[in-house]
Design a protein around this ligand. Sequence first.
Ligand SMILES: Nc1ncnc2c1ncn2[C@@H]1O[C@H](COP(=O)(O)OP(=O)(O)OP(=O)(O)O)[C@@H](O)[C@H]1O
Ligand SMILES: [Mg+2]
Length: 345
Amino acid sequence: MSSIVIKLENLTKKFRNLTAVNNVNLEVHKGETVGLVGPNGAGKTTTIKLIAKLLRPTSGRILINTNHGVLQDLSEISRTITQMGFLIDIPAFYDMTAYQLLKFYAKLQNYPKDKIDNRINELLDLFKLLEWKNEKVKTFSKGMRQKLGIIQAIIHEPEIIILDEPQTGLDPKARINIRKYIRELQKQGKTIFVASHMLYEISEVCDKIALINYGSIIAFDTIDNLEIGLKTKELNCQLLDPIPLGNLGFLVDKLIEKLEPFLDQNLDPNISKIPVIYNAKNQGIKIFYDGTKNSRGQILKTLVKEFESDFTVISFTQPKTSQLERIYSQLITENNTQIKTNKRR
Ligand SMILES: Nc1ncnc2c1ncn2[C@@H]1O[C@H](COP(=O)(O)OP(=O)(O)OP(=O)(O)O)[C@@H](O)[C@H]1O
Ligand SMILES: [Mg+2]
């Protein structure tokens, strides 16, 4: 029995002469959370619409693991596939109350009738919408509609959850709640496929990242593995007190001298001209280093020992989000250059 639940095989979608999805191959395993990331117009929504059967592939196919552990060609499955739940675009809602609408979706997905009311209450409560249960959806704010869209996607407890930009329009607290809820779903072993621009949200919840550019998947791996190819790695180090302006030049020189063996020797000048930067605003030192664990240890040791009389380090981290941002821009830039070069040939 395969643990693959979604398999995209040479999946291609063309709109006239525009190839929105270009020969995509991707496998998502049971229980994985995969983030689909890429610039505007890269083909994220089109990919998701193909999986949701809202669009038909130009070529290639989509295989889905239906309950029996066998991969089945999506185009050969005629009934609604209740083990999948989708949030795509901002849902178009009607002149119904939240309750009526969710009940409608639950019935559509064949959710057991006797469980519907409890399920609706549970989810409305979770998303802080319970007091809006009997209000018309047309009076809801954008974020509230987005929440309803997410509830609609999971109302029938699907095994595979596919979300397109779930965080759009949500306030910070709601975003935190969604993240928590996604973790809850992960614990239950659900498989989640989520397209998003919010790299922070993605880095927090996803096991793997699929990077898409001009319809092609240009990377698909865990953040840790993608980081290996990263040209520059950075460390952020926060200090207890600000460095007095008069000492700054001297201290930065001393830092560069003492940390020399561990610093990035080929630092891209587009990223930074010097390997150690002090930011007075947040009393932080940014260090571009060679990325090895050993160097990280040595850097921390040096900062504590050799700079004892200069400053006190209160935190020392490798920022996950900015790593992902860097992976993102490095890979997209490289790919764009490659596309341009190929065109010229
Ligand atoms: N129905 C359609 N007809 C023609 N072209 C389309 C259609 N839907 C999408 N496209 C084109 O396909 C490409 C991919 O669009 P898609 O919506 O999948 O991008 P996306 O990655 O979701 O972007 P965004 O981050 O802006 O949501 C774009 O160039 C878009 O203009
Ligand atoms: Mg989109």
